[in-house]
Design a protein around this ligand. Structure first.
Ligand SMILES: [Zn+2]
Length: 116
């Protein structure tokens, strides 16, 4: 059994999802059902399917997904890039109002793990 990437708490099966339908069907055709696990302590959800995939399979999916997103012709309602400036402003707004603490946080799934 793995533990939570965020807090180290116990995780358990949460749900599974299949990405066989458009627009991700071709990208995910070799992956089957994706199983998500949820932390019992903090609620963080992670795809165990992706976490336990081989390095080469994960890198291929990551490359192919980004290639697909960057070259999407607009026929799918998929945003290209997240609104980074708006996200940064929201984080600052929440922090200055003491809603969240930014002294120890992680930007997870940004293409790399950045701890700041
Ligand atoms: Zn957790």
């Amino acid at each position: 059994m793995s533990c939570c990437e965020i807090c180290g708490g116990d995780i358990s099966f949460y749900f599974k999802k299949n990405y066989a339908a458009s627009p991700y069907g071709k990208l995910m055709q070799d992956w089957g059902d994706v199983e998500y696990f949820r932390c019992k302590e903090c609620g963080f959800v992670i795809s165990m399917t992706h976490k336990t995939a081989s390095q080469s399979a994960w890198e291929k999916l990551n490359h192919d997904y980004h290639h697909f997103i960057e070259n999407c012709d607009g026929s799918f309602n998929i945003p290209n890039q997240p609104p980074y400036a708006m996200q940064a402003m929201l984080l600052q707004l929440l922090a200055v109002n003491n809603i969240i603490n930014l002294e120890s946080c992680i930007d997870f799934a940004a293409g790399a793990d950045y701890t700041f």
